[in-house]
Write a protein that binds this ligand. Structure first.
Ligand code: PLP
Length: 217
């Protein structure tokens, strides 16, 4: 049994109840990027099925041999030359953030004959170092994804600026989703997932609070 997993699940349940939301309405995405296998194994054994990874190659190496029954989400930047593998391998791609990628994903979805669920990443704090479409361009980008490329957009994803109160950023992502008829919100990480749940997150991406600090190679 993974005590860390049980603790995070409890905290999610408390946050759901506090926000007056239904129990189980928030999906925990366990962010396993860069973690050694001995940190992941107990969480997997305890029944966690949904994992987030930042890199296509790393995800395929780690999860390829034990892919069955899991939901894998790409939460890191996607280069167009990796789009084919990503469409083939992931259940969800959360980092659609530019028109060229929308075009290539649409081509690959057509070719492979299956579509991952797609989230558009919004650069909610308009930070130069962060990926994502600008909030002011989100409506037009979503329209282009739907109309020009026939993509179904399931949700929006964001990473608020470090060190700022994240609540207004989460609220602003929720507003963009609402006015565009987008259902899901991927927001909240180890330090702020309870706030994200209060602001309407439908999935939270939790890494270090679940697995311990990351080990960068
Ligand atoms: C690494 C990462 C996370 C997890 O971050 P923690 O603070 O360790 O929970 C969540 N989302 C994205 C996009 C990440 O890159």
């Amino acid at each position: 049994m993974s005590h860390a997993l049980a603790r995070i699940q409890d905290r999610i349940a408390v946050a759901e109840a506090r926000a007056g939301r239904q129990a189980g309405s928030v999906t925990l995405v366990a962010v396993s990027k860069t973690q050694p296998w001995e940190h992941i194994a107990p969480v997997l054994e305890a029944g966690q099925k949904v994992y987030g990874e930042n890199r296509v190659q790393e995800a395929m190496e780690r999860w390829g041999p034990r892919r069955e029954g899991l939901e894998l989400r790409l939460i890191g930047p996607l280069q167009t030359n990796k789009a084919r593998e990503a469409v083939d391998f992931f259940d969800v791609i959360e980092t659609l953030d530019r028109e060229k990628l929308a075009r290539v994903l649409a081509e690959e979805i057509q070719r492979v004959g299956k579509a991952p669920r797609l989230y558009v990443q919004v650069n909610i704090g308009e930070e130069v170092q962060k990926a994502g479409v600008a909030p002011s361009e989100a409506d037009a980008f979503l329209a282009a994804c739907r109309e020009s490329y026939s993509l179904t957009i399931e949700g929006l994803m964001c990473i608020p600026p470090v060190g700022a109160d994240p609540a207004p950023y989460f609220a602003s992502l929720r507003a963009i989703a609402a006015r565009n008829g987008v259902e899901k919100l991927s927001m909240g990480m180890s330090d702020d997932f309870e706030i994200a749940i209060a602001e309407g997150a439908t999935s939270v991406r939790v890494g270090s609070a679940l697995f311990g600090d990351r080990h960068y190679g």
